[in-house]
Ligand binder design. Structure first.
Ligand code: 6PG
Length: 243
């Protein structure tokens, strides 16, 4: 019995996991637009969402999503130019956003041309200008690092303590670089949070995430606890191997 409450879906492989997230993205989009006219979603970077992006850009899924009413945000960003090969915005734009009929104005990247602090503050302003002062995200899709970081909330990093701002700059000692990240308040106020983990290299992180004593400082994924929304883990068999 897992010392974890919530929903956990173990899929047979990464393709099935990616299909599941893509389907849930499309369903959540239709539901949110029908309910309140907009679908506000935050997507991650890294390798985990690549296949999901490709699926959402495919004719099978793209036609299901009300792109005109979809507002795309990012869970985090590397502090690099938006055309840099490490940019999460560039990854999503190349695999998904450039291939679907989403208005450019609905794509909200971190302005990494500003200073880290300015970029984080500007992100909150952009979110509120787009959706209103009291809005929350409909869906947040997260990955998880082998060190149990999520978004760019890394173990022991300053942004773990940010409980007021929507987004924050976060200097990551082990990377020797700034990241920009949504904060726990921004993520935990979402209607639905999906954490996607695939591959054997995530097995230890998934085990810690789902069964170790909560320790947000050491394992930031433990801080993902939606206040009233749903949390769903979608993982593949390889990353579930140590559960
Ligand atoms: C990023 C992500 C980050 C990612 C994890 C897992 O900017 O890299 O947002 O939080 O989800 O590091 O990365 P992989 O998906 O590449 O394993």
């Amino acid at each position: 019995m897992l010392a974890y409450t919530g929903n956990l879906l173990v899929m047979k492989d990464s393709e099935a996991a990616s299909q599941e997230v893509a389907q849930r993205f499309a369903c959540a989009a239709v539901r949110a637009v029908a309910d309140h006219g907009v679908f506000a979603v935050a997507i991650p970077g890294g390798s985990s969402p690549r296949r999901m992006f490709e699926l959402l850009a495919s004719p099978e899924y793209s036609c299901l999503v009300p792109w005109n009413n979809t507002q795309v945000f990012f869970t985090d960003e590397r502090f690099v130019p938006s055309d840099h090969q490490e940019s999460n915005y560039r990854l999503a734009y190349e695999l998904l956003l450039s291939k679907v009929p989403i208005p450019e104005a609905n794509i909200h990247r971190f302005a990494t041309e500003l200073t880290p602090h300015e970029a984080a503050d500007a992100y909150e302003k952009e979110f509120k200008n787009t959706l209103g002062d009291y809005a929350s995200l409909d869906m947040v899709i997260l990955g998880i690092g082998s060190d149990t970081h999520t978004a760019s909330l890394f173990p022991g990093s300053p942004a773990l303590d940010e409980m007021n701002r929507f987004a924050a700059e976060n200097y990551i000692e082990k990377l020797g670089a700034y990241r920009l990240t949504l904060t726990y308040p921004a993520i935990n106020s979402a209607r639905e949070v999906i954490i996607l983990a695939m591959g054997a290299d995530k097995a230890d992180a998934v085990k810690i995430a789902l069964s170790a004593e909560p320790d947000v400082f050491l394992h930031p994924v433990h801080g993902i606890k939606p206040s009233y929304g749903k949390l769903l883990w979608i993982i593949d068999k390889d990353s579930a191997a140590k559960l």
